[in-house]
Design a binder for this molecule. Structure first.
Ligand code: CP
Length: 315
């Protein structure tokens, strides 16, 4: 068997810290794992005997489920802990929770937390790999990787592609991860939103800024629509959802001005009819469910690359 490729990082905390070689390695590995999920028996013994803990302090459908499925398809034992059912509700600190989980000798920890920086902090107290499954408004690296895998599948390559990211940029860890990753991969990124939903220093990240949806998407190869994050709107940045929707909901009318080859992606969950119309969401250019399918392969690749083939196969 060939040697497992290695990554420059032992933890996956941000796309900002991954190189183009790291990203290519993860995407190629995920590609090779996709076939396993099409089998009748969707399981290989690669991570037999290894233990994965999913520790989620925020709600999740796609990310938590796909990390669990990914671990199980590689034959690892997967433990899911939600914040609401952990002893943090009794006052235990995040660090004490992590130290207690470490005492049971798991092999990897997947963490989602509403505080930006929580997964990075955990790496100082947990001596096995940590994967950030989304931290506050900071980053969501595995989402960005599945977005890139989906785009590469349909476009053939990433370099030179123009991506328009539309929506709640201010609160979006998906936007932040993708801005870093897409530029690392030689893509250009434009963000499109009302001024109040774009961080004031966003140009420092090397993106173009536009406040008009029709003009902003005109030359895009890929349009990424983001959810309005209702749970993080506490600063009065939106006058009303209806007004947002009037100006920024992607409709077929907007798409009449762009190439037939332009792809539509959305990380989910979707606010139907708020940021994307139903016909666009379910139309032929929409890859929203392909992204979800690719999420399993990406997470299998991350487990495999971080745990290592030779170590995983040892007795
Ligand atoms: N895209 C994403 O992170 O979805 P979930 O919140 O359902 O995991």
């Amino acid at each position: 068997m060939t040697q497992t490729a290695t990554l420059s990082q032992r933890n996956i905390i941000s796309m900002e810290s991954l190189t183009d070689t790291d990203i290519d390695t993860i995407l190629d590995t995920a590609d090779s794992f996709k076939e396993i999920s099409t089998r009748t028996i969707k399981k290989v013994p690669t991570l037999r005997g290894r233990t994965i803990i999913n520790l989620f302090f925020e709600p999740s459908t796609r990310t938590r489920t796909s990390f669990e499925i990914a671990g199980k398809r590689l034959s690892a034992d997967v433990i899911n802990i939600s914040g609401a059912s952990s002893s943090t509700v009794k006052g235990e600190s995040l660090i004490d929770t992590v130290k207690n989980l470490e005492a049971m000798n798991p092999d990897i920890l997947v963490v989602r937390h509403n505080c930006s920086g929580a997964p990075a902090l955990i790496t100082q107290f947990f001596n096995k790999p940590v994967i950030n499954a989304g931290d506050g408004t900071h980053e969501h690296p595995s989402q960005s990787l599945l977005d890139l895998l989906t785009i590469r599948e349909y476009k053939g390559n990433l370099k030179g592609l123009k991506v328009a990211i539309v929506g709640d940029i201010a609160h979006s860890r998906v936007a932040r991860s993708n801005i870093h990753a897409m530029q690392t991969m030689g893509m250009t990124v434009k963000v499109i939103a009302p001024p109040t939903l774009i961080p004031i220093d966003i140009e420092h990240l090397g993106v173009d800024v536009c406040h008009d949806l029709t003009n902003g998407i005109r030359d895009a190869d890929v349009i990424m629509i983001l959810r309005i994050q209702m749970e993080r709107q506490n600063q009065g940045l939106l006058s009303s959802l209806r007004e947002y929707s009037n100006y920024f909901c992607l409709t077929e009318e907007h798409l009449s001005n762009v190439s037939d080859e332009t792809l539509i992606i959305h990380p989910g969950p979707v606010n139907r009819g708020i940021e994307i119309s139903l016909d666009v969401m379910e139309g032929s250019r929409s890859l929203i469910l392909n992204q979800v399918t690719n999420g399993v392969a990406i997470r299998m690749a991350l487990f495999y690359l971080l745990l290592g083939e030779s170590d995983a196969n040892s007795n």
